[in-house]
Design a protein around this ligand. Structure first.
Ligand code: AMP
Length: 578
């Protein structure tokens, strides 16, 4: 196929903002493409030359593309640079330059999709010294052969800026329409895509062997499977509403999810985003080789950085292992432990359709636990109190929370799906303040719009017993009825000061429109206590405590300012929830 045919489709897609119209354009186009070429077309419509998980990087910097345009158009670089600045895009500059080059250079033949694809692969593969020149020369030769519009898109492809709004799902929909006549069949394509996240393969299969072929697509070791994800609930008790019968409660580790694939003697590790991260974890590869007794597998777990005593270290520490160089040093400096929690494939058999309990049983059989390779800790129960106990225990251990998993017959591995078979419950959710706090009003900000003439928000503080002072903790502007808002100035007028009370401890930057003598106490409910540099409550030298999403509940006229919540109490509440 001529590259210009694809270019014409790019042009149409670029002009439309409607998803449905895009599907129409693409499905009509796909119908005209041969089964041999459709995989290439599918990649190129996404601005790629391979599947997302393939380690192929076109990665050309602006400067290199600029040089290639200059070479192809027989212009000097400053001219291309100037044009690109004017147009705001190197693609548009290339289009313009190729349009006017005719006078100096004659195009050599027509460019085909196949040639573009092959040359781009060659470009991506160029490595080592001289690779920059090689890349520039490959792109220049493609640009010389292409039409002006083609040049525009070629540049955008190599720069990864071909943003037409076409995503994988648009391509899958369009393939379903083109080859089965119905968009609803996309479901089958999507299922296959979750197990084989490679649009090229999906496109080639549907074009050559229809839905029958699609439904036969299975696991291939070395090709990542889209990971199963979890839902979340409002209250821990709600887990019971979604998971019937026994619940498997596992610790939720705050690390990096890893899908490990072993075939014969080779192990590949994939991240949650399906990047190949094998080179980062030679230590995990050794562990898996030594302590998993299976020839072939796809298993999943969470890698966590650990300290000298085996304790969990924060996620940020693990992130230092995200590197290309000095790997061996970091293996020693930041050791990790892999907590395995699932088996997707074992010795020629898929376990995706097996129940959770069966998968776990198999996992237990093949793993020989070591210091750096263990199973996720779990308890199986139908008692929500036990779930809560396990959760508290998990937090004490340094975990992020728990994942409750269904153990029902149909508790399959739902690749690429955020379903109710797995439900997460994290520390953050439980830190919502159930108790209210009583705060002292120390200032106010003038209202705007509907609230002009009155107060828009109050500045509130907690009491510091030690210093007999009031430390600011929150602005409060929500939860008032219209009447309450109206009466606020009247209620507070008597406490008005023309300067900040000496008992109020506020940051210099905190500048309410009015200051009050600390008298009026209000009851406030907030979502969470956080740290903030703009408040002084329980100030640690850098940050104070603050409330997130505070809401006015009622006046506490029965309380004196000194009976308000103290900074110490607030700090205790904050520490308990951490
Ligand atoms: P979230 O990232 O908050 O949506 O939580 C889901 C993530 O928790 C998964 O992608 C895993 O990386 C991680 N995780 C930690 N422990 C487990 C576990 N026992 N089972 C499943 N996922 C876990």
């Amino acid at each position: 196929m001529d590259f210009d045919k694809l270019v014409a489709v790019y042009g149409e897609l670029e002009k439309t903002a409607s998803g449905n119209q895009m599907r129409e354009i693409l499905s009509e186009f796909f119908k005209k493409v041969s089964a041999e070429e459709i995989n290439v077309i599918a990649y190129l419509t996404l601005g790629r030359i391979s599947s997302e998980f393939d380690d192929i990087n076109l990665g050309m910097a602006d400067q290199m593309v600029l040089k290639a345009i200059a070479v192809a158009g027989g212009r000097d670089e400053t001219k291309v640079k100037k044009l690109s600045k004017e147009k705001g895009d190197l693609g548009l500059a290339a289009e313009e330059i190729i349009k006017t080059k005719g006078r100096t250079l004659v195009p050599i033949g027509t460019l085909t999709v196949k040639e573009v694809f092959e040359k781009l692969h060659k470009l991506a593969g160029a490595e080592g010294s001289g690779s920059q020149d090689a890349k520039i020369s490959i792109l220049a030769s493609l640009l010389q052969k292409s039409s002006p519009q083609g040049a525009k898109y070629l540049c955008r492809i190599v720069l990864s800026t071909l943003r037409m709004g076409v995503g994988e799902m648009t391509v899958l929909d369009s393939l379903a329409i083109a080859f089965t006549g119905e968009k609803k069949n996309k479901e089958f394509l999507e299922n296959a895509y979750n197990i084989c996240p490679d649009v090229g393969i999906i496109a080639g299969t549907i074009a050559s062997s229809g839905l029958k072929g699609i439904n036969k697509i299975g696991i291939r070791v070395g090709r990542p499977i889209k990971m199963m994800l979890c839902q979340r609930v409002e209250n821990i008790e709600d887990i019971k509403e979604h998971i019937e019968g026994k619940i498997a409660v596992e610790e939720k580790y705050d690390g990096e999810r890893i899908q490990a694939h072993k075939s014969k003697d080779k192990i590949i590790l994939f991240s949650r985003r399906m990047e190949n991260i094998t080179h980062q974890f030679p230590d995990i590869i050794t562990e898996l080789n030594q302590n998993i007794s299976a020839k072939e597998f796809v298993i999943e777990g969470e890698a966590v950085a650990i300290g000298k005593k085996g304790e969990f270290l924060p996620f940020q520490t693990l992130m230092q292992r995200r590197r290309k160089y000095d790997i061996e040093k970091y293996v020693i400096d930041i050791p990790v432990r892999l907590h395995l929690f699932d088996v997707l494939y074992l010795n020629g058999e898929s376990y995706l359709e097996e129940s959770y309990l069966k998968r776990i049983k198999v996992l237990e059989k093949i793993i020989k636990p070591s210091k750096h390779l263990v199973q996720a800790k779990r308890v199986i129960t139908d008692d929500i109190e036990e779930v809560e106990d396990f959760f508290n225990h998990a937090l004490e251990e340094g975990c992020e929370g728990i994942i409750a998993k269904s153990t029902a017959e149909d508790s399959v591995y739902q690749a690429g799906t955020r379903g109710w078979l797995w439900i997460k419950w994290k520390r953050d959710y439980s830190s919502e303040m159930k108790d209210t706090v009583d705060l002292v009003v120390v200032g106010a900000f003038a209202g705007q719009g509907k609230r002009s003439g009155g107060y828009g928000a109050l500045l509130c503080a907690v009491y510091n017993e030690k210093d007999d002072s009031f430390e600011t903790v929150s602005k409060l502007g929500t939860g008032f009825t219209d009447e309450q808002l109206e009466e606020l100035p009247k209620m507070l007028n008597k406490y008005k000061l023309n300067h900040k009370s000496a008992r109020v401890n506020a940051r210099k930057e905190m500048k309410p429109d009015v200051w009050f003598e600390p008298r009026l106490v209000v009851e406030v409910l907030a979502a969470e206590i956080t740290q903030s540099p703009i408040h002084t409550a329980a100030f640690d030298g850098e940050k104070g405590l603050a409330l997130r999403f505070p809401r006015f509940m009622k006046y506490r006229e029965d309380k004196k300012a000194e009976q308000a919540t103290t900074a110490k109490e607030l700090e205790q509440m904050w520490r308990k929830k951490r």
